[in-house]
Design a protein around this ligand. Structure first.
Ligand code: PLP
Length: 392
């Protein structure tokens, strides 16, 4: 059975060109980039080239790129660095809808005595900018706000939020794991101090990420060890992963337009067809400020998990809530924060596309999903056909 992969916010396929770029660094060029000999030195050169490609994607300087092991490490490194360099500050501002990489870290920091403000979102998932601004205090150590939400794709105005933080002298970090490669941005044109990227969300392998740190910012390493990454991240470099991520960044820059035309077109086609064919369905999240590849749709009165199981029988991969919360029947914290009613939140499915999807795949989902919903609703004690005609 062919797989129809629509779960790209969970992880992406490694691009064939990325794999090709990586293979020599497993087979032939296995030297340690820190070694004195030229066998290692040639590897160091490739790491530098990857750094330049990554910097170019986000409009940064190569020396502002630190390679890490994943998005989670980058988020932890950013926030902990500020807390280490601003020891007199005990307050952190974040949002209610962050990924666990930030949310759970903040929960852990609150156990250690830090005060955490989670800024509210409205029913479209947009950040309450008034509450954000009023939450900044002289005691605020750092702000960490995600650029785009992994579950809904809703985009926060982080460049504007960073300017506000700067006026108060507060370092600003953004988790750009979902937005990098999907929306254009240039770090030279904003005042964001730190930014996290994850390789496996942009067709590089798992196990490699980036932390951007603006030149001149104070930085205290999270991984303490050797002098790698100019002393900012100890540990022998994941050379194949870094080379692969460099190639993926180069490809992401070339594919940005395709993301915002072709991928967006497929997403819109899927969304419009499903909304039209299925009564009592609706999109979660502001559709005007949203990643081009993501749609989160609620089908009222049924369980998202049941929908996923039936889609799986056709080889269609999607997700309910985020991958990190699957296995739990708790409604997603993101939809909860948006005030999505219980009967809607439970029946929510996230489809997240990539440049590798095709029109035929989207047509298949449009064909298979409506009868699945009808079948599940016919078994639901809460559903009556009259509900299909009733207003919400
Ligand atoms: N931040 C966001 C918004 C994410 O979606 C994810 C992964 O789903 C992460 C951070 C964590 O990235 P990684 O899996 O590379 O640790």
């Amino acid at each position: 059975m062919k797989t129809v992969y629509l779960d790209n916010n969970a992880t992406t396929q490694v691009a064939p060109e990325v794999l090709d770029a990586m293979l020599p660094y497993f087979r032939e060029f296995y030297g340690n980039p820190s070694s004195m000999h030229s066998f290692g030195g040639q590897v160091a050169k490739q790491i530098q080239e990857a750094r330049e490609r990554a910097a170019s994607l986000i409009g940064a300087s190569p020396d502002e790129i630190i390679f890490t092991s994943c998005g989670t490490e980058s988020d932890n490194a950013a926030i902990r660095s500020v807390l280490t360099t601003r020891t007199d500050k005990r307050h952190i501002v974040t949002s209610r809808v962050e990924h666990p990489a930030v949310k759970a870290l903040c929960a852990s920091l609150s156990q250690q005595g830090y005060r955490i403000t989670e800024v509210q979102v409205d029913k479209s998932g947009l950040l309450d900018m008034d509450q954000y601004e009023s939450s900044l205090t002289p005691d605020t150590a750092v702000v960490s706000l995600m650029w785009a939400n992994n579950e809904t794709g809703v985009i926060f105005p982080v460049e504007k939020a960073a300017e506000t933080a700067k006026k108060h002298g507060i370092p600003f970090h953004t988790d750009a794991v979902q937005s990098t490669g999907k929306i254009p941005f240039k770090m030279k044109s904003n005042v964001i101090d730190m930014l996290s990227i994850s390789g496996h969300k942009l067709h590089a392998p798992k196990g490699v990420g980036i932390l951007y740190v603006r030149r001149g910012s104070k930085f205290s390493p999270f991984m303490i060890g050797g002098h790698q990454e100019k002393g900012r991240r100890g540990g022998t470099e994941n050379t194949p992963g870094i080379v692969g991520l460099g190639k993926a960044c180069e490809m992401a820059a070339a594919n940005l337009n395709r993301e915002n035309t072709f991928v967006k077109g497929l997403r819109d086609k899927l969304e419009n067809a499903l909304l039209q064919a299925i009564p009592r369905s609706r999109v979660n999240g502001d559709t005007a400020h949203r990643l081009p590849n993501t749609t989160n749709i609620s089908f009222e009165y049924i369980e998202g998990e049941a929908i996923l199981l039936l889609l799986n029988e056709y080889g269609i991969c999607a997700s309910s809530g985020s991958a990190c919360t699957s296995g739990s029947l708790q409604p997603s914290h993101v939809l909860h924060a948006m005030g999505v009613p219980f009967t809607m939140a439970h029946g929510s499915i996230r489809f997240s596309l990539s440049i590798y999807n095709t029109e035929e795949e989207i047509d298949m989902v449009i064909e298979k999903l409506p009868p699945i919903i009808e079948r599940l609703r016919s078994m639901s004690p809460f559903w009556t056909p009259a509900l299909a005609c009733a207003g919400e």
